[in-house]
Design a protein around this ligand. Structure first.
Ligand code: G6P
Length: 472
């Protein structure tokens, strides 16, 4: 029977070394939740990197067995792969390029070769498990070459690709010496999905100009195959966040947290440590707000959670320094004995505590300089079960296309963001409710499960269309 294989760079669990042994920590991420309903069914499986290096063959064998029980199969990366493929080409070349940080791009041929080699490694691991009639759904920018590699080995398979980060304008794509290979790699898929219409448009334009392939309403006629390209904005597990916000446990945690603070308006900021998230710009806007509105001193504070990420990549280390300095300066400029303007946490929190932060905060400041979608803003809105709260959202986040009832800001506009903070703080409850209600409707309707279903239905449709064309 045909099965579905999910492929992503990271598995939905990550391997941790502990006292010479290893253990698996499940990921609570949206993708793992949404695809759980697929990969746990029948013979289906999820293939990816377990997130750490394991050299010992015996340990590898044990890991394979344990993951097999969880319906997963590992692709082991060596230290060199991690440096050159993961930190190197994926996160020093593609990540900055696709987020328009062209000054951060590292053009390194060795890294490119490692990228090809590791994509091939993934392909080999999949081929060991796949049959010609299977469906293979590949995720994200670490594996752009994989659809075409798979197509060559399994010409009749159903192959889909979804990109979770932005796809930039042709002007950026053409800066990459490997642009042709990257686009051909993606075009091995039958269906290529992006979060937004603009990402899709940029991809189609790059394919047209670089590969000479035109499209008609998102359908590209490649040599011998029809490829569909479209936007599928990803959602969250709405009920999980809404139910958690209502739960006694979350309310207890929120009450405990609030008890440790004086009565204040709370701004919430949660991101992975990443330069695309605009964290320094956000802090500077808050600084300006405090400077221009002294009447709010001791009445507003920001809870800023920065989750460690890609800590070996230089630009990430530099960003950490910059944030530490900025927070230190603002706190030392303004704090009083009973008020800290920024409560800064450089770590991750368990789900229940995160949920409490969402539920108890008055305003979420989600101001990335560029973001494929951004799920934090959706999680915040879903957690506002009392219909009170305001979202300040960057126009540069994919989610802004759906969440038009947020206060939309340009994250580079220091004055505009500072004003938005003031507007949010003074917004009356009636307006808060109107905005939250409308955003909740959108997020609830198009949740992560609906996202998976719509994508998979489209994939069936494209396959059928291909068959119809062949039989003509
Ligand atoms: C983004 C990417 C994912 C990636 C995640 C965490 O959301 O789209 O592919 O897994 O960041 O980054 P990391 O480098 O830790 O996998």
């Amino acid at each position: 029977m045909a099965k579905t294989i999910i492929v992503s760079n990271r598995l939905p669990v990550s391997l941790r070394h502990k006292n010479g042994k290893f253990e698996f920590k499940p990921s609570a991420g949206g993708l793992a939740t949404g695809l759980g309903s697929i990969y746990k069914e029948g013979e289906n499986i999820w293939i990816g990197w377990p997130g750490n290096d394991v050299e010992d063959p015996e340990q590898r064998a044990e890991i394979i067995i344990e993951l097999h029980e969880l319906k997963m199969a590992p692709v082991f990366l060596t230290k060199e792969d991690i440096e050159q493929f993961y930190e190197g080409f994926s996160n020093e070349t593609l990540w900055p390029a696709f987020h328009y940080f062209t000054q951060n791009i590292n053009y390194d041929e060795n890294h490119w070769e490692a990228y090809v080699r590791v994509n091939q490694k993934f392909c080999d691991a999949i081929i060991k498990k796949a049959s010609p009639e299977d469906t293979i759904w590949v995720h994200d920018y670490q594996l752009l070459l994989l659809p075409q590699m798979l197509r060559e080995r399994l010409p009749g398979a159903t192959i889909a690709f979804f990109q979770h980060i932005p796809f930039p304008s042709y002007e950026v794509v053409r800066m990459l010496p490997w642009r042709q290979e990257i686009l051909s790699g993606m075009c091995g898929a039958d269906l290529i999905g992006f979060h937004t219409y603009d990402d899709m448009r940029h991809f189609l334009s790059a394919v047209g100009r670089i590969m000479g392939l035109s499209n008609e309403s998102g359908y590209i006629q490649a040599e011998n195959r029809l490829i569909n390209v479209d936007s599928f904005p990803m959602g969250i597990d709405y009920d999980k966040f809404a139910n958690s916000a209502k739960s006694k446990n979350t309310q207890r945690i929120a009450k405990k947290f609030l008890g440790q603070l004086d009565d204040q308006k709370l701004l919430l900021s949660i991101d992975r440590l990443d330069y695309s998230k605009g964290i320094p710009q956000r802090i500077k806007a808050f600084d300006r707000f405090l400077e221009e509105n002294p009447e709010y001193h001791e009445k507003v504070s920001m809870i800023m959670i920065v989750v460690p990420s890609r800590a070996k990549v230089k630009s990430y280390m530099e960003l950490k320094e910059e944030i530490d300095t900025l927070v230190g300066r603002i706190n030392s400029d303004y704090s009083t004995l009973n008020w800290l303007p920024i409560h800064y946490f450089y770590r991750s929190f368990p789900f229940e505590e995160l949920s409490a932060f969402y539920a108890m905060s008055d305003i979420a400041l989600v101001t990335p300089l560029r973001d494929g979608m951004n799920l934090v803003c959706k999680e915040f809105v879903a957690s506002k079960v009392d219909m009170k709260g305001t979202l300040i959202l960057s126009e540069m986040a994919g989610a802004s296309k759906e969440l038009q009832d947020a206060i939309l800001v340009n994250p580079n506009d220091n004055k505009g963001v500072a004003e938005a903070i003031k507007y949010a703080i003074t917004m009356d409850e009636k307006e808060q409710k109107l905005r939250i209600t409308s955003m909740q409707e959108t997020i609830q309707r198009y949740d992560i499960f609906q996202w998976v279903k719509v994508f998979m239905d489209r994939l069936d449709h494209v396959k059928q269309k291909q068959l119809d064309l062949q039989s003509k």
